[in-house]
Structures are given as structure tokens and as C-alpha cells.
Design a protein around this ligand. Structure first.
Ligand code: FAD
Length: 390
């Protein structure tokens, strides 16, 4: 029998191909070299000072729009994209958010619903990390229920004129292009908005206690005039943004397990070396119970992510299954981080260790891309056939 590996107790690496392992190792090495040495400092300062350089490096790794094909994108499998999300979030959820929003929201929207000209104009620069994208759906008064959004686009001759406000938009202030969802006379449509247009501004949201190494902004659209071809031609209605979100949520199913893995490993190392009452705290049954339960949830979560990845690669992944994964994995990840924090005692609250940073990051991950409650309602509806959203 192969020996027991505390870092892979179920032998899940056996599910991966050599190519999968190569993708994972490349992203892990990049995150270890480029993010881990600085992340505590960035987090404390509440900044991501190297964001443009990081985006370009992520572009050269092929991590931006990784699953998309053509236009400079890597055309990777869903499992490989998931592995990349896990490794990035093991460094910090803010870095994974940068990649999710760029690839799964902004680029995905253009790739899936854009015209050939829009794809040619934007996707190669975005895949290279030269142009950062953001995705504006949420508004101050419309979060979980975006159907009633107030941002609207009106026709003026051939032009469109966009007015409204978007809130909590990742990458907003650093974006060169924003995919903005707005009401029109025909229903909700997506618009590709170059952020240098008159009337567009993106003030950064400060004073966050979560995702501090991530840029979060408001988007203000004050009669932003756009040409007729700024609209995404291939979709009308909420189906557009919701299918982008489903793609990004899939990445979070994996990513959240990265934050959990980093916290678990930190707690495991600590439990083996920290001594109290004359022996390592990992030798006490109560600590072992915590470690065993954390390991079970962590690797069950990775197994679930892998299963969903294979379904996605086979073209069989349903949105309800993505909700299943996001609900379980983010909820369990936050629990693992909180338990890890207790094992580290007072050190658990320090930025010298990653666990409190991951735990507070996951508070955002629990809320964005559909709150826990929204995913419970999605599953509740799928299970009962009864809609309890309103
Ligand atoms: P609300 O919708 O007001 O919900 C508040 C509470 O009420 C939640 O617990 C919710 O589950 C509950 N609730 C609401 N309706 C029901 C119901 N019917 N039944 C039971 N409970 C209910 N948005 C973007 O568009 N683009 C981004 O890039 C982006 N990035 C983000 C980054 C960060 C750091 C954060 C924190 C948010 C980001 N968001 C982004 C916004 C995010 O998607 C929303 O915060 C989320 O959808 C929830 O909306 P809300 O905050 O308005 O909460």
C-alpha cells in the first residue's frame, strides 16, 4: 500500500494527470514566490500595490481566462482552472478574486456573449493581463436580487447612454474595461465600457476588514455615452450575468479549499511543535479531534470540487450543482479557518500566521457570488420544486 500522506490523506493526487500536476505546480510556485512574502504587508496596508505587474505575470502564466479558447487564452480544462484557483487562494482570496473577476466574469462575458469585434478588441489584452477587467452587477440597493437594478441604458440616436451606480465591484478602480449590466427597453443587457469614457468614475471602497489585498470599488456612470456596438449582442435578461456568475462560483468551489488548506497546514505544523503541559498540543485528543475533522472536511471539499470539475469538462455541470459546491465548500472552509485559529492560540490572531487573514477573507467569499442563503434557496427550489425566493 502507498504510505499515508498527511497532506493528501485520500490520495486525491491520483485523480490528476501529469498536465494537471504541472499546472498546479506552476501556479503554486508563482504564488509562493510572488505573493506569500508580501501578503501580510499588503493586507495590513489594505492595498495591492503591484496589481498591474501581478496581472501581467498571471497573464504570462496563462491564468487569465484560463478555460477560454482562442484570443490568447490558455484553453485549459475545468479541473486545471480549479487547481489554479485553489493554489491562488491558498496564498490569498484577494489574488484569486482578481483572477476570477478577470477570467470568469469580465472575459467570460465577452467571450460568451460578445461580438467577434469585441472579442478581438478586448480578450487578447485581458488574457495577457495588460488590460484589467471588472464586472458590475451589484448596486447599492440591489444585491441578491439584481433583477430590479436601477442602472439603465437609453438609446440616443445610434448611441447608448448609461446612467447608474454599481457597488462592491472587484478591480473597479484599476480596470481598463468594465462589463456593466443595465436595464434597457428590451430587458437587462451587458455593456462593454472602456473606463476612460467621460462620465465614468470608480472610487475605491476603503475600510474593509476582509479581502484587504483586493481592490473593491463603486462604479459611477453619469450619462456615459457609448457607441451602438458597445452592447453584448448575444444575450438579454439576467441569464447573461447569472451564467458568468455560475462560472466564477465554480472557481470558488476550488479556491475556498485553498484558503482552508493553508489554514489547516498552518495549524498542523503548529500543533506538532507548540508544547504545553510538557508535550506538543497535537498530542492532546481534543486537538487531534479538531485536526481530524478539519482534514475530513478539507479533502471531502476537494473531492467535491474535482467531481464538479469533471462534470464541467463533460458539459454536464448544472447551476444547482455549482450552488451545492459553493454552499458546502465556503461554509466548511470558514469553519476550518476558525478551528485552525483556535489551535494557534494567541498567535492565531496575528498576521504572522495566515489563518485569521484567510478567515476574514472568507467572510466576503461567503457573501459574494451568491450568499449562503441564496444557494440554500437554489437547492431548496431544486429539491422541492417550490420557489422560496420571494
Ligand atoms: P443583500 O442582498 O442585501 O443580502 C443581505 C442578507 O439578506 C444576506 O444574508 C442575504 O442572504 C439575505 N437575503 C436576501 N434575500 C433573501 C431571501 N429571499 N431569503 C433569505 N435571505 C435573504 N458584485 C459585483 O457585481 N461585482 C463584483 O466584482 C463584486 N465584488 C465583491 C467584492 C466584495 C469584497 C464583496 C463583499 C462583494 C462583492 N460584490 C460584487 C457584491 C456581492 O455579490 C453582493 O454583496 C452579494 O450579492 C450580496 O448582496 P448584498 O450585499 O446587497 O446583500
Amino acid at each position: 500500500l502507498p504510505s499515508f500522506d498527511p497532506r493528501d490523506p485520500l490520495g486525491l493526487d491520483d485523480l490528476l494527470t501529469d498536465e494537471d500536476l504541472a499546472v498546479r505546480d506552476t501556479v503554486r510556485r508563482w504564488a509562493t514566490d510572488r505573493v506569500l512574502p508580501h501578503i501580510a504587508d499588503w493586507y495590513e496596508r489594505g492595498e495591492l500595490p503591484d496589481i498591474r505587474e501581478l496581472a501581467r505575470e498571471l497573464g504570462s502564466l496563462g491564468a487569465l481566462g484560463m478555460q477560454l479558447t482562442g484570443y490568447g487564452c490558455a484553453g485549459a480544462s475545468a479541473v486545471q482552472y480549479g487547481l489554479a484557483c485553489l493554489e491562488l487562494e491558498a496564498a490569498d482570496s484577494g489574488i484569486r478574486s482578481l483572477v476570477s473577476v478577470q477570467g470568469s466574469l469580465a472575459m467570460y462575458a465577452i467571450h460568451r456573449f460578445g461580438s467577434e469585434e469585441q472579442k478581438r478588441q478586448w480578450l487578447p489584452g485581458m488574457a495577457a493581463g495588460e488590460i484589467i477587467g471588472c464586472f458590475g452587477l451589484t448596486e447599492p440597493d440591489h444585491g441578491s436580487d439584481p433583477a430590479g437594478m436601477r442602472t439603465h441604458a437609453k438609446r440616443d440616436g445610434d448611441d447608448w447612454v448609461l446612467t447608474g451606480r454599481k457597488m462592491w465591484i472587484t478591480n473597479g478602480s484599476v480596470a481598463g474595461v468594465a462589463v456593466v449590466w443595465a436595464q434597457t427597453d428590451d430587458g437587462i443587457r451587458g455593456f462593454v465600457v472602456p473606463t476612460d469614457r467621460p462620465g465614468f468614475s470608480a472610487p475605491e471602497i476603503r475600510h474593509k476588514w476582509s479581502l484587504r489585498a483586493s481592490v473593491t470599488s463603486e462604479l459611477v456612470l453619469d450619462e456615459v455615452r457609448l457607441p451602438a456596438d458597445a452592447v453584448l449582442p448575444e444575450v438579454t435578461g439576467l441569464r447573461g450575468p447569472l451564467s458568468c456568475l455560475s462560472h466564477a462560483r465554480y472557481g470558488i468551489v476550488w479556491g475556498s479549499m485553498g484558503a482552508a488548506r493553508a489554514s489547516f497546514e498552518s495549524a498542523l505544523d503548529y500543533a506538532r511543535t507548540r508544547e504545553q503541559f510538557g508535550k506538543p498540543i497535537g498530542g492532546f485528543q481534543l486537538t487531534q479531534a479538531k485536526l481530524a475533522d478539519m482534514a475530513v472536511e478539507l479533502h471531502k471539499g476537494i473531492l467535491l470540487a474535482h467531481h464538479l470539475g469533471r462534470r464541467m469538462d463533460a458539459g454536464k455541470l448544472r447551476p444547482e450543482q455549482v450552488s451545492f459546491g459553493k454552499l458546502n465548500n465556503v461554509r466548511e472552509a470558514i469553519e476550518i479557518c476558525r478551528t485552525a485559529r483556535t489551535i494557534l492560540g494567541a498567535n492565531g490572531i496575528s498576521l504572522e500566521y495566515p489563518v485569521m487573514r484567510h478567515a476574514t477573507n472568507l467572510e466576503s467569499v461567503l457573501t459574494y457570488e451568491g450568499t449562503v442563503e441564496m444557494h440554500q434557496l437554489v437547492l431548496g427550489k431544486a429539491l422541492t420544486g417550490l420557489d422560496a425566493f420571494r
